[in-house]
Design a protein. Structure first.
Lengths: 471, 462, 627, 179, 99
């Protein structure tokens, strides 16, 4: 029931918000996200006692059940989703967008969808939530944001929808090959594993393209920088902090166990793509002037590393992916909030026009530095734990080239330092480029950033807080 | 049987009422009343059919065969007709002076629809199709001040009669091979040349029925006729008629021709692929939403053809779902188009500001047409694709192709959403939106979402 | 006693947190007090622990704090290893650290970022302590990167100057390259030994491991790459001279006395591994000696005092690695110790000079400062004598130990080392003479401002000066003393590796030769510097002044091509090729739509044709199937 | 050669010849007349197959009623000239090729059909007689018979709706000129 | 006469009707060609009726005639109404609706 509530609360709250044509809708949103955060924490602790599940018949004639399951990674991601939405609404507190009630409604709907993706234990239900997450985000990204947001978002939508459709073909195929015509996770896994190697190899791409586009992995990434750049900040956060995890999580849950022979056959190719992506995106990030594009490319690099680790298929890599998904979500949220604050105050994201913010907004710069270093996995920040385990997992992989892959992927941490520090320097240091008088940080921003920084440090110093419960 | 008689009688009543009714509104009122009655009669027939245990009953020397599916489908058809009239009464009234006659023709179309889901004899199929077609020729040309309407009517008439000729040739050859018109009597087991004749006959029937459901390469009439006919009557053609003909199409092939499916499967598969390709790709370039919806209806026909390819029960369930989901959404979309002054995409600009609720329901209709989950359109497509993929073989790749085309369809459906929500403009409405309209749009959207969440509502018990 | 070990890093951390969180409202003197008292506290505890271990070597051991990463087979404890080596380093860090904290009170008095400065400095001490106390490579990596962070923050302390923050950035990135090597080494260790904890790894190694020499060499080289970054060895040394952008006490603490010796510590820590990895060892020795000579050569022609000192540091670090490479781990550690004192002293002295000169660092603007700041002059001289290796001063003994070991390994190392030592003497006395003797060459205004530094600054100078002399006497060579207390203290954890014993006469000879040549060199420098003429450098001198153009080469070879590649990706490849492909598909659909709609030409006749041809083709297909 | 064989070939030749006349003659009136001739030929075939009633009906309904209607319309439009615009030669050739291809494809498939050689031209059997047809029509096929009334009703409405001139319609630009 | 002859004859007439539809521009002639196609079908029906000795096909022919009559009634009405507007029955000028 806990799990159902995790989906229902944002869903209902979202629908209610559409009718709440009043600025107090932000209180409503905050209450809803607080409630779901509390529930997510409860679920997170509850699953220590054993997996918590929910099962109810849905479409018996199809063998589809409303079945939810919060096993380790799902619980972590559900928690992440709840926290991120909470932080978004805190950070957005004093920046109400036009038509705020619609914004809140769509946001909460997307939250329901994303949470559902993480919890679904039934393939059809998973697909449902997969799309339920996508559609509100389409509207969100198209309604609020930069000038070119509409075509850019449209491209994003079509691109991801293409992936979804390919996946749908695979879903039907797998479903028809289950013994009892069921969408249940175990039936699907059995059906997938029973398929011949050749079929698995073909099916692999049908499933993986959907996830690869969502993550995104080179060369399916081109929608991402544009979309991140154009979307409004809360939407960018949703896209990068949680939606990206949908692809990774789905690969972990719905691809690797289901099509093991397909994965074995293609894992080398995917890993190479991931590595190319890491280096490619890092190099691109180095030459960006727009803060959002820089963070966008850096996200591609980070996600590439996580995907690489997934395909290393070692337990430690999987644990690393789990914690790193959480960390990446937290860190990139912090990054976007800071970018939003900068943009809000200076009306530009172009680093050429920024500089010396440290003089006037020291608190903001402190947060920026901390989050930037978390972004490049400095030890005692959360990302270090994650990346350490990822690299270790890749190193332990059975792949014959595992050491080479680890080292090549490791160049990402050097490049990461290059572009992140370059960004910090160009934004925060030097002479003040822009003489507008600015407020340093506001109370709600302090709260949001404090949550993020606290999580960064707590997980960085004592990651057992997660492994102790999930591991 | 009762619904059939009721529809015919109501049609005649409607026709005669033209003499007495002075006001167009009165005709609409009467039509709505009669449609409610018709729906009641249909539901009555359905309960009777269910009480009798769902056994098929044959009537009139096996001319008709009523089973729960056909009765249920007839309920759906009359329900769609009611929804259509409730939403479109105002639009029908402005088309021309003969409002009562238009309604009479609608009832006759329903008679034809009823025949198409209950026929057991090729003759009834033929008559059913003609009873549906002739009123359509008339309705297409009913806006006589508009040259386009006449042009549409004439084009439809010429191509339609041509396809009737082809269909009759098919029926004649089939009779020649089988020695009967009773579709339950066909026996394809025998060897010899006659079987080949039967196949030629079946292929003629395939292409002529493809014409009626606007499948490629017999689709050419569709965009022009849908575009030229008064929008409100296009709605009938694209929804009630199309669903009814599809059910007729499916019955013939599923109940009767399934035993020799390998002989026609490839042809239908090619038609399906072509229909999907032409419908979806051509729709992309359109500037007029009305014309886009015409191409989209071709594209949707491609998906519905899957039910014919599938020749299994899933396909039948899918057909019901598709008929409801597609028709409700299309009725909704065409109704909105009918209300607008400008039928192009630009005409939709800023609709979400002006009529937020209307735009919201339109978005749901479009999402359903695109097959996004949580709307009925998803399950409709899902059942179709699943039923065909379970056949295996090259049809699996046809499913993949269909899904790729579904991606293309998102492009043109979402352009409408794009215009409504994200473009600035003043969408001009010629017919105002009343609260009753809003209620009906809301109900339509609810139906679509309800099916999208729980498809068992319309096909669970079949 | 060692149970209190957690306090040693914790106190500076607390200091950092207090100063860091309340930097806005913290009065300067309170901040200074907190900064100093915490490090002093750590020093006292470290001292107690040091003597505890000295008296009872058995008390050395591991202190487990908590599980850091614990997942499946991977278990990384957050634990401290308290033994002779770490306690010695701990002492250097807290001791020199405290002196420099004290010194900083005076040096940074007028700076707006005073509180922030002390916070950073405390953070550095914390991280450095974690580095040396770690009982496994991962926790060491935490400290390793932590000091990198502190170094980054302190180099870029005056953030308004873009060059300064660039220097910080450069330092961090260069270190990151090394860190990648370090990490790879850690993963290799984890892969082959299943653990990163020293005791477990080294026990396995000692017991005879299954891992091949190749693997051990690989691990050794990887870890050494990490050390190259942190300890500024060729080819990753270029950040250190730039790092002089930070406040001078920072240069003294981080970029001379402590942080840069982390690499030495790492290799000394892992000496058991290196003993079994000859190729890695040789690489270390060659890199070390090359760096020693190369950096010294650059230092010859620098005009910025801090730059000279920086290259000198690089060069001295080279000596340390030479020692490690030839197996003289004691020599390496000994030099770390003595170097910590005299180099800190040199930097602090330079800081005192710069303070007096109002921030001026150019030698050419100084001269004759001796009469204004006597304490600084004398302490600076002591340090110069120590670094130059004048017998009796600490540097002499440590350098001698290294050179003797190098000679034993391979005389070429010795000759190169000697060359470096001579250059060291040259450049050190060059700056000494330029600063303190002769006439003042600065402006009148600067002249008026000249003064001796306050007591908080001179006190550390004096202490360090004493140490610079005295430290040498804890590691006297066998030739001179029966006891080598440093060797004795460290022997439970460290032992030299296969160093051939030189005969007494050879040793005497080497010692004498070094001493003599150094003295001659100093005399020659004195003659040169008396004239104090500065001309445009040409030829070799110009190349030396421009640091052999290494920065420019790196830029051309690495930085520029990568950025060009980035721009190419950004403007052409990503947008036109990858995205172009994606958009191309979309455009193709639209284009074909535009073509396909022409089929619908409005002519019924054409439609009939279409239909009939369609029927004929479908019929043909359908009937072909049957036949 | 038996008479009915000669008649068959004669009537077939006449049917095909007149059919060609329908589509080839430039004057619509001539086309109508050719079509009537074709119908007569087909009726002749009916008689040969002992379907007398249909033969009569064919002549009465088709030739008598429907074709007169056509003729009437043609006269109404004053189309009885030879000046009707023709499609180009190429299109005409294409039409012939397409129609011929359709014919060939189907014939190729059907050429092997039943070789039993049952002679269809004889006077045996009474199914074509009015009595038999009447029974079939009003007994077995009563439903279609009734349904055809619906068809006629809609045709009637159609002719009226389409034919009648519209008056006093409130102008409604949306419907007059859809874009 | 074997049935094949009738099949050939009927198909020939049918094909001629199709050709007529394809090659003529006059809507009335096109319509007449379609009537020719229907008559070809009628002929075939009667032949099969004779072959099997079943009245069904002949009854079917009645209905084809009925439908043809209805279609012609509506069709000619439409053609006439079209003619009223554009004073032509040329199908080539019906091209306002395209693409």
């Amino acid at each position: 029931m806990l799990l159902v509530l995790l989906i229902l609360i944002p869903l209902i709250a979202g629908i209610v918000s559409f009718a709440w044509k009043n600025s107090s809708v932000k209180v409503w949103a905050l209450l809803s996200t607080l409630a779901s955060s509390a529930l997510a924490v409860m679920a997170f602790y509850a699953q220590k006692q054993g997996m918590i599940r929910f099962d109810a018949p849905w479409i018996p004639s199809l063998g589809a059940n409303f079945s939810l399951n919060a096993d380790g990674m799902a619980a972590v991601l559900a928690l992440l989703t709840a926290i991120i939405y909470l932080i978004i609404f805190i950070a957005q507190w004093n920046k109400p967008l036009a038509d705020f009630h619609r914004f809140v409604g769509l946001m909460l709907l997307s939250q329901a969808g994303i949470t559902g993706v993480f919890l679904a234990n039934d393939l059809l239900l998973f697909y449902f939530f997969w799309e339920l997450a996508l559609v509100p985000v389409y509207f969100l990204a198209s309604t609020w944001g930069g000038e070119k947001r509409i075509p850019v978002t449209f491209k994003f939508f079509i691109y991801t929808f293409l992936g979804s459709m390919m996946m749908l073909a695979a879903i039907i195929y797998l479903y028809l090959h289950t013994d009892n015509l069921s969408f249940d996770y175990y039936s699907i896994v059995q059906a997938g594993q029973a398929l011949g190697a050749g079929k698995q190899q073909v099916l692999f791409w049908f499933v993986f393209i959907a996830f690869a586009v969502k993550m995104p992995i080179f060369p399916f990434h081109t929608w991402q920088p544009d979309t991140y750049e154009q979307a409004a900040m809360p939407v960018t956060i949703v896209l990068s902090a949680v939606m990206v995890k949908m692809g990774l999580f789905a690969t972990f849950k719905w691809l690797i166990p289901v099509l093991p022979q397909g994965v074995d056959f293609w894992s080398n190719a995917v890993m190479i793509l991931c590595i190319i992506g890491i280096i490619y995106a890092s190099i691109l990030a180095m030459v960006q002037n727009d803060l959002k594009r820089l963070v966008a490319y850096s996200s591609i690099a980070h996600v590439g590393l996580m995907c690489l680790a997934l395909f290393a298929q070692t337990d430690i890599a999987n644990d690393g992916v789990m914690i790193q998904m959480f960390n990446h979500g937290i860190n990139i949220t912090g990054m976007w909030i800071l970018v939003a604050m900068i943009e809000h105050r200076y009306h530009t994201r172009n680093m050429k026009e920024l500089g010396g913010i440290a003089t006037v907004a020291p608190v903001m710069v402190i947060a920026l530095v901390i989050i930037a270093f978390a972004n490049i996995a400095l030890p005692l920040t959360n990302a270090f734990v994650g990346e350490f385990m990822l690299f270790h997992g890749i190193f332990q992989s059975a792949n014959p080239h595992h050491i080479l892959y680890m080292v090549l992927a490791g160049t990402g941490i050097v490049f990461g330092a290059v572009y992140t520090l370059k960004m910090v320097q160009r934004v925060a240091y030097g002479e003040l480029a822009n003489n507008t008088t600015v407020v340093d940080v506001k109370a709600n921003e302090v709260i949001g950033l404090t949550i993020i920084i606290a999580l960064i440090l707590i997980i960085g110093v004592y990651p057992d807080i997660i492994f102790g419960i999930v591991g | 049987m009762k619904p059939l008689i009721a529809a015919a009688v109501f049609g005649i009543i409607m026709m005669l009422s033209a003499v007495f009714l002075k006001e167009k509104k009165q005709a609409s009122g009467l039509a709505i009343l009669l449609l409610f009655l018709l729906l009641g009669v249909n539901i009555w027939a359905l309960t009777e059919s269910l009480q009798s245990g769902g056994v098929a009953t044959f009537l009139f020397n096996d001319m008709l065969r009523f089973d729960p599916f056909s009765v249920w489908f007839n309920v759906i058809l009359s329900g769609l007709a009611l929804l259509y009239v409730l939403l479109n009464a105002k639009h029908i009234e402005v088309v021309g002076n003969h409002v009562a006659e238009y309604y009479a023709l609608l009832f006759f179309i329903l008679v034809g629809g009823n025949l198409l889901n209950a026929y057991n004899n090729l003759l009834i199929l033929f008559l059913g199709i003609e009873i549906i077609s002739i009123p359509q020729y008339i309705l297409a040309g009913s806006d006589k001040r508009n040259l386009k309407s006449s042009e549409a009517s004439l084009k439809y008439l010429l191509t339609g009669s041509f396809s009737t000729g082809i269909m009759l040739m098919g029926m004649a050859l089939l009779f020649g091979a089988m020695g009967s018109f009773d579709i339950s009597q066909f026996d394809f087991g025998a060897d010899g040349g006659f079987n080949l004749m039967a196949i030629v006959g079946i292929l003629f029937l395939v292409v002529s029925l493809s014409f009626k459901v606007s499948a490629a390469p017999m689709h050419f009439w569709t965009p022009d006729v849908y575009d030229g006919a008064p929008t409100t009557f296009t709605t009938i053609m694209a929804t009630i008629v199309k669903s009814a003909v599809f059910v007729g199409f499916m019955r013939l092939f599923k109940d009767s021709f399934s035993s020799i499916s390998p002989n026609w499967e490839l042809v239908v598969a090619i038609i399906t692929a072509l229909t999907l390709l032409i419908g979806n790709i051509t729709a992309v370039f359109q500037q007029s939403v009305k014309r886009m919806l015409a191409y989209s209806s071709i594209a949707q026909a491609g998906f519905m053809l899957f039910a014919i390819l599938a020749v299994n029960a899933r396909g039948m369930q899918g057909m019901v779902l598709y008929a409801v989901a597609y028709s409700v959404a299309t009725i909704g979309m065409f109704t909105i188009v009918a209300k607008l002054r400008d039928y192009t995409y630009d005409g939709f600009n800023g609709l979400a500001r002006r009529e937020p609720f209307l735009a919201f329901t339109a978005a749901i209709f479009l999402l359903s047409l695109a097959g996004i989950p949580l709307t009925g359109g998803f399950f409709a497509k899902y059942y179709m694709l699943m039923s065909v993929m379970s056949q295996g073989g090259y049809l699996t790749w046809l499913v993949v192709f269909a899904l790729l085309m579904a991606v293309v369809s998102v492009y043109y459906y979402f352009r409408v959403i794009w215009a409504m929500y994200f473009k600035a403009g003043e969408a001009e409405l010629t017919v105002p939106v009343s609260n009753a309209d809003r209620l009906l749009f809301g109900i339509s959207a609810m139906i679509i979402i309800a099916i999208g969440v729980y498809p068992g509502l319309v096909m669970g018990w079949l | 006693m060692k149970d209190l070990i957690y306090l040693v890093p914790l106190l500076p951390l607390v200091g950092f947190l207090i100063n860091g969180l309340f930097w806005k409202s913290m009065p300067k003197n309170v901040a200074a007090f907190i900064g100093n008292i915490t490090v002093l506290g750590s020093f006292v505890i470290a001292l107690l622990i040091f003597f505890g271990i000295k008296n009872q070597p058995g008390t050395a051991g591991t202190v487990f704090l908590f599980d850091f990463i614990h997942s499946g087979s991977l278990s990384i404890p957050f634990a401290f290893q308290v033994d002779q080596l770490s306690s010695l380093f701990m002492l250097i860090i807290t001791g020199v650290g405290f002196l420099i904290h004290l010194y900083s009170i005076g040096y940074m008095k007028g700076d707006a970022g005073f509180v922030k400065y002390f916070a950073y400095l405390n953070l550095f001490v914390f991280a450095m302590l974690v580095l040396v106390l770690a009982n496994n490579l991962v926790v060491m990596y935490i400290g390793w990167e932590g000091v990198g962070l502190a170094s980054y923050l302190l180099i870029g302390f005056w953030y308004k100057n873009k060059d300064f923050s660039s220097a910080g950035k450069k330092a961090f990135i260069m270190n990151r390259i090394g860190d990648l090597g370090f990490l790879t080494g850690v993963f290799l260790t984890l892969y082959y030994f299943g653990s990163a904890t020293y005791s477990e790894v080294f026990t396995q190694l000692a017991a005879g491991t299954t891992a091949s020499t190749g693997v051990l060499n690989a691990i050794g080289i990887c870890l050494f790459i990490g050390a190259m970054g942190k300890s500024a060895q060729i080819p990753l040394y270029t950040w250190l001279p730039d790092a002089m952008a930070g406040p001078t006490p920072v240069s003294a603490l981080i970029h001379a006395a402590t942080m840069v010796t982390a690499g030495v510590y790492l290799i000394a820590r892992s000496h058991i591994l290196y003993n079994m990895a000859p190729a890695a060892q040789t690489l270390i020795a060659i890199t070390g000696v090359a760096t020693a000579v190369f950096a010294a050569s650059i230092a010859l022609k620098q005009y910025d005092i801090k730059k000279v000192l920086a290259y000198s540091t690089v060069s001295q670090l080279g000596y340390m690695f030479l020692a490690l490479g030839v197996g003289s781990y004691f020599g390496g550690i000994f030099h770390v110790l003595t170097h910590a004192f005299f180099k800190a002293l040199l930097f602090l002295g330079a800081g005192s000079v710069i303070h007096a000169m109002g921030g001026e660092q150019d030698l050419r603007k100084m001269g004759g400062l001796g009469k204004y700041m006597r304490i600084t002059q004398i302490t600076f001289l002591i340090a110069c004598l120590a670094i130059a290796g004048i017998p009796g001063f600490s540097g002499f003994f440590s350098k001698d130990e290294i050179l003797a070991a190098a000679y034993a390994k391979n005389p070429i190392y010795y000759y190169l080392g000697l060359l470096g030592a001579l250059m060291t003497a040259f450049y050190m006395f060059r700056i000494y003479f330029y600063i303190f003797t002769g006439k003042f060459r600065g402006t009148e205004e600067q002249k008026k401002h000249l003064h001796e530094s306050p007591a908080t600054m001179t006190f550390p100078l004096l202490v360090l000066a004493v140490l610079s002399i005295a430290a040498g006497y804890i590691g006297l060579p066998k030739l001179l003393a029966a006891h080598n207390s440093l060797h004795e203290y460290l022997s439970p954890v460290l032992s030299d590796f296969h160093i051939a014993h030189l005969s007494e006469s050879t040793e005497w000879l080497l010692m004498g030769l070094t001493g003599l040549l150094v003295v001659i060199m100093i005399a020659w420098v004195y003659l040169i510097c008396k004239k104090a003429q500065f001309k445009e450098n040409t030829g070799l001198a110009k190349a030396l002044e421009d640091k052999w153009y290494i920065d420019e080469i790196y830029q051309t070879v690495f930085e520029k091509p990568i950025l060009a590649l980035g721009r190419f990706f950004d403007r052409i490849f990503d947008r036109k090729v990858v995205d172009g492909l994606v958009n191309g598909v979309g455009r193709m659909v639209i284009w074909s739509s535009g073509r396909m709609r022409l089929l619908q030409n409005g002519q019924v006749g054409f439609y009939f044709f279409g239909m009939v041809i369609g029927i004929v083709l479908l019929m043909a297909v359908g009937l072909l199937l049957v036949h | 050669m038996q008479l009915h064989v000669i008649l068959f070939w004669l009537l077939s030749a006449m049917a095909i010849g007149c059919a060609l006349g329908v589509i080839l003659s430039r004057n619509p009136v001539k086309s109508v007349l050719f079509l009537i001739a074709t119908f007569f030929a087909i009726s002749g075939h009916y008689v040969l197959m002992n379907a007398q009633f249909l033969a009569i009906v064919n002549i009465i309904v088709y030739a008598g009623a429907i074709m007169v209607l056509f003729l009437f319309v043609i006269m109404l439009m004053n189309l009885n000239t030879d000046a009707e615009p023709q499609k180009s030669r190429i299109i005409q050739m294409a039409a012939v090729v397409s129609g011929g291809a359709l014919f060939l494809v189907v014939i190729a498939a059907l050429k092997t059909v039943d070789q039993s050689g049952q002679n269809l031209i004889d006077a045996s059997g009474d199914i074509g007689l009015i009595h038999q047809l009447g029974i079939a029509l009003f007994d077995h096929y009563v439903l279609p018979f009734e349904l055809s009334s619906v068809l006629f009703l809609s045709a009637m409405i159609g002719a009226m709706v389409i034919g009648k001139k519209e008056k006093n319609l409130n102008s409604h630009s949306n419907l007059t000129e859809s874009k | 006469m074997p049935i094949n002859n009738y099949i050939f004859l009927s198909l020939a007439l049918f094909a001629i009707g199709v050709m007529g539809v394809l090659m003529r521009r006059n809507a009335i002639i096109v319509f007449m060609s379609i009537e020719l196609m229907l008559n070809a079908v009628n002929l075939l029906m009667v032949a099969f009726s004779k072959l099997y000795g079943l009245a069904d096909a002949q009854v079917f022919v009645f209905f084809i005639m009925v439908v043809a009559a209805a279609e012609v009634a509506v069709g000619l009405a439409i053609i006439v109404s079209m003619y009223r507007k554009v004073h032509s029955v040329d199908i080539n000028i019906l091209n306002r609706l395209k693409h």
